[in-house]
Design a binder for this molecule. Sequence first.
Ligand code: 0X9
Ligand code: ZN
Length: 297
Amino acid sequence: KMDWNSYHRVDDIYGYLNYLADTYPRLVQLVSIGSSYEGRPLYVVRISSSSSGTKPAIWIDGGIHAREWISPAVATYIIQQLVEVADNERLLRNVDWYIMPVMNPDGYEYTHVNNRLWRKTRSMTGSRCRGADPNRNFGYEWGGKGTSRDKCSEIYHGANAFSEPETRAVSNFISGKANQIKVYLTLHSYGQYLLIPWGYAVKFPADYDEMLDLAKAAASKFRRYKYTVGNSADLLYPAAGGSDDWAKSIGIKYSYTVELADTGRHGFILPASFIQPVCEDFFPALEVFVDKVATVK
Ligand code: 0X9
Ligand code: ZN
């Protein structure tokens, strides 16, 4: 039904999500939170071992940036592990999961069919250049440093905050569950970093030390790939309008951007042979987040 030896098209991934929802109806719900610019469904997988959504929850998204193919691959792997591996049941005992493997399905398809290195959404901008950078389009410090109003730029921030249907759908969904969601993880590539807000400037949230401790604990779980932990603007560059900053700004305490493998040898064009090792290396780190948010151990 699905494998982690190759990168998959959106239809394949969505087929797998539908299969899981059909096969494990008590555990898995497929929620369509909206439509992409080109009309594709925006799917969030809810994984919960209880029918009432009252447990603290962890959100994970992938595929914000179209060309970062390892990100949807890791997100679908996490879904598979949580749903189909009995040994991982303890990860569901005290936590609900919301996982959106492909936040930018139009861009992702475009990288498969037209341009492997496309990054943005595919919305019409009224110029010859399409798309906004979804990770500059969130409504916190929108339009600040590390963004561009040039529609042809890779970091075009969009016409306004949440101008893109994809970021709007995500923000509406998460806002409605802001009290339940305790951890926000957004999967990107590449660089092997766990990035802590703020990203819009080299500024540190008041609870930065707690965020750093948890990130370090997660990073200590990685065996194969070494991850660097620290402030996003400091380690990379200032970039405003990111999803991580927005999630943090609405009160989701543990909000991180994960830059998956590698460190640049292959970069965005990570060979498919890396999928399995990157997934297997990453998954155990989730335990650290579960233990942090679980009400009862
Ligand atoms: O620039 C980005 O959007 C992310 N790096 S990537 O190479 N995947 O494009 C980093 C985002 C870090 N978070 C914020 N700047 N808010
Ligand atoms: Zn990215």
